[in-house]
Design a protein around this ligand. Structure first.
Ligand code: KG4
Ligand code: ZN
Length: 339
């Protein structure tokens, strides 16, 4: 089964063709980074406009790269939530038009389910059930993935997402957008023990995350240095900050592992590209004797191939939609877009 997938939830316009959920025939991404870099972050209105301009060409390129035409496409999968609403609407409306005009089934996909599915592409042997840590710019979730379409959230962030916390600190350190990625590049060789940021206390759930205290401590540290006219020490602050963020992620994950005793563990989302996180999760899983799965770096960030992979399993579960499909800025991962 060939699925044409479309992803436009944030600042990348993506289209891909994926066969039977696992084989990527093409994967095209039109990045908007050069434009948003001017503003230090994603400007939603600009993102929507660029998606409008790119979506048609990106889909045409995904088809031609796969050496296929629309006649070979059995379903169109599209990210319909969560994300920037104006950006999502571009992909959803384009997909609806394609499906209506060509009598093709339409499959709405939850963006975070797509991130999890990036691992199905990178690791052909991976099947649910497993425990997953999803770490992106907007979300930090520990999820019990019971089947391809059945999810139970074990823990989530109470405030900032891990990627957001990295992006904000990176910006203050003078690193360009996307901050998390550049912090990883610039600070990987810094001293990770030079600065210590407070480990968050989260009342109520031992699996929930919080990054705002750590972020505020980093902001205060940088401002203090600026006020005293001292050099910012970007490399060492960034390295120490990444170590602390990763420590929180690993500690909550370990608690969830002790509760659920999974045999497999998966990381997903933009922050799963982080070199410190990948290294520490390898060590944790080795210690716990749990099999670790990580997406290839090219599938960590937003891409349409992961939407095509998850779209296949949603289609098999009968999760299709009609022309009334809407996009949603927020939606829990256990929601099925039922009309
Ligand atoms: O999943 P994603 O591409 O978009 C969202 O769904 O949010 O994640 C983007 C986030 C940004 O915060 C970005 O800074 C972060 O992922 N990121 C990284 C790295 N690469 C991307 N954070 C830390 N280390 C990286 N190597
Ligand atoms: Zn994402």
């Amino acid at each position: 089964m060939n699925i044409l997938a479309i992803e436009s939830s944030c600042d990348d316009t993506g289209a891909a063709v994926v066969r039977d959920g696992r084989e990527v025939l093409s994967n095209v991404v039109a990045s908007q980074v050069p434009e948003h870099i001017l503003y230090g972050g994603v400007v939603p209105e600009i993102a929507s406009r660029r998606h409008c301009e790119s979506v048609s060409g990106v889909c045409a390129k995904a088809l031609s790269d796969a050496d296929l035409t629309l006649k070979d496409i059995d379903a169109v999968a599209v990210t319909a939530a969560p994300g920037l609403i104006g950006a999502l609407l571009v992909g959803v409306n384009f997909a609806k038009g394609l499906c209506f005009a060509n009598d093709i089934p339409l499959v709405p996909v939850h963006h975070l389910r797509g991130h999890v599915a990036s691992n199905y592409i990178s690791s052909p042997s991976l099947e649910p059930p497993f425990l997953a840590l999803i770490v992106s710019g907007g979300h930090t979730h520990l999820v019990n993935v019971k089947s391809y379409t059945d999810y139970e959230v074990i823990g989530r962030t109470r405030d900032d997402a891990a990627g957001e916390a990295m992006d904000k600190a990176a910006r203050l350190l003078g690193l360009p957008y996307p901050g998390g990625l550049n912090m990883d590049k610039v600070c990987a060789n810094g001293d990770p023990k030079k600065y210590v940021f407070p480990f968050p206390r989260v009342d109520g759930s031992e699996f929930d995350f919080s990054f705002s205290g750590m972020k505020t401590a980093a902001i205060n540290l940088i401002h203090n240095k600026q006020q005293k006219g001292e050099p910012i020490d970007t490399e060492n602050i960034g390295a120490s900050y990444m170590r602390c963020v990763v420590k929180v992620l690993c500690s909550k994950t370990e608690k969830a592992m002790d509760l659920l005793k999974p045999s497999r563990f998966v990381i997903a989302g933009g922050v799963s590209a982080n070199s410190v996180l990948r290294r520490e999760m390898q060590a944790l899983c080795k210690r716990k004797k749990i099999e670790l799965f990580m997406p290839e770096l090219r599938y960590c960030g937003d891409n349409a191939a992961m939407i095509g992979s998850q779209g296949y399993y949603e289609y098999l579960a009968g999760h299709t939609a009609g022309v009334k499909l809407n996009a949603f800025a927020t939606m829990d991962i256990d929601n099925d877009f039922s009309e």
